[in-house]
Ligand binder design. Structure first.
Ligand SMILES: C[S@@+](CC[C@H](N)C(=O)[O-])C[C@H]1O[C@@H](n2cnc3c(N)ncnc32)[C@H](O)[C@@H]1O
Length: 256
C-alpha cells in the first residue's frame, strides 16, 4: 500500500482513534522501556509512538523513527518537534543501516505485513537488537477485518478487492515460527480484537471505510458501486445492524 498519498493522512487519523491508542499502549508496555535506552520504531508513520518513547528514555536515551515514506517522516518530524533525542531514517526494514546489537528495543505497528520479503526484515531487526533486547510488533489478521451490514455480494467484492492491499493477510499466525528461525526466543501472541458499531468520524470503522473506498476505486470497482456500499453502511448503522470487526495481534519476543 502507498502511504505517500491521501491514504497516509487517513492512516495517521486511524493511529489516533481509541483503537490506535490501545495498540500503541500495548506495544509500549511490552518493550519494558527504561531511561537511557536506544529504541527503533520500524514504520513509524506519523510518529505517535516515537514521541511517547522519546519522552520516556530521556536525554541519555535515543529513539529512531524509520519509514521510507517522505510524507510520513515529515509528519513524524512535526509531531516530535522539540525532542532532541529523536532522529529519523528512510531505510526499508529489509536493509537497515544500523550496527549489530545497536538497539535495546524495537517496535513496529502494522508494518511487517506490507513487506513482501518479511523474513529479511525480521532477520535485520534481530541483527540490530542486543541479545536480550525486545521486539514488540502488531500485525492484523486481515482475513477477519470485516464490515457487516451491506448487501453480502457487494460487500464480498469490496473485501476481495482489499486483499491486494498487503502481502501477508494472516502474518501473526506465522510470526512465532519466523521469529524462532531468526534468533528470537519466547514469542508470544496477544489478540486485541475489537468491534465498532458506530461510524462516527473518529471511529476506526469510518476511517477504514474511507481506506476501503480509496482502494476499491483503485482496483477498478465502479464508483457507483463503491458509493452504494458506503450508503449501505450508513443505512445499516441507522437501522442498528452495523458492525466492523478487526483482530490486531501483538507479538512479542526476545533476541536470543
Ligand atoms: C499502516 S502504517 C503504520 C504506521 C505506524 N506504525 C502507526 O501505527 O501509525 C505502515 C507504515 O509502514 C511503512 N512501511 C512500508 N513499507 C516499509 C518498509 N519496507 N520498511 C519500513 N516501513 C515501511 C509505511 O510507509 C507506513 O508509514
Amino acid at each position: 500500500m502507498e502511504f505517500s498519498s491521501e491514504i497516509g493522512a487517513v492512516q495517521r487519523r486511524m493511529a489516533q482513534t481509541q483503537e490506535g491508542v490501545g495498540r500503541r499502549k500495548a506495544t509500549f508496555e511490552a518493550l519494558n522501556v527504561a531511561v537511557g535506552q536506544q529504541i527503533l520504531d520500524v514504520g513509524c508513520g506519523g510518529g505517535h509512538l516515537l514521541k511517547d518513547l522519546a519522552l520516556s528514555v530521556g536525554t541519555d536515551g535515543r529513539v529512531v523513527g524509520l519509514d521510507p515514506s517522505d510524507q510520513q517522516i515529515a509528519a513524524a518530524t512535526d509531531h516530535c518537534q522539540g525532542l532532541d533525542n529523536v532522529s529519523f531514517s528512510k531505510d526499508s526494514a529489509t536493509a537497515l543501516s544500523f550496527s549489530d546489537g545497536e538497539f535495546d528495543g524495537i517496535a513496529s505497528i502494522q508494518v511487517l505485513e506490507y513487506i513482501d520479503n518479511v523474513d529479511s526484515a525480521i532477520a535485520e531487526i534481530r541483527r540490530i537488537l542486543k541479545p536480550g533486547g525486545r521486539l514488540s510488533t502488531v500485525s492484523v489478521l486481515w482475513d477477519h477485518w470485516h464490515f457487516h451490514g451491506p448487501d453480502p455480494v457487494l460487500n464480498r467484492r469490496m473485501h476481495d478487492a482489499f486483499k491486494a492491499h498487503c502481502f501477508h493477510q494472516m502474518l501473526p499466525l506465522e510470526m512465532p515460527a519466523k521469529l524462532a528461525r531468526h534468533g528470537f526466543a519466547g514469542a508470544h501472541c496477544t489478540p486485541m480484537g475489537f468491534l465498532n458499531n458506530s461510524l462516527h468520524h473518529n471511529s476506526f470503522a469510518y476511517l477504514a471505510s474511507r481506506l476501503f473506498t480509496h482502494f476499491a476505486l483503485g482496483q477498478g470497482i465502479p464508483e457507483e458501486d463503491v458509493t452504494s456500499w458506503r450508503e449501505q453502511l450508513d443505512q445499516a448503522e441507522s437501522d442498528g445492524r452495523f458492525g466492523f470487526v478487526s483482530v490486531p495481534v501483538l507479538t512479542t519476543a526476545i533476541a536470543a
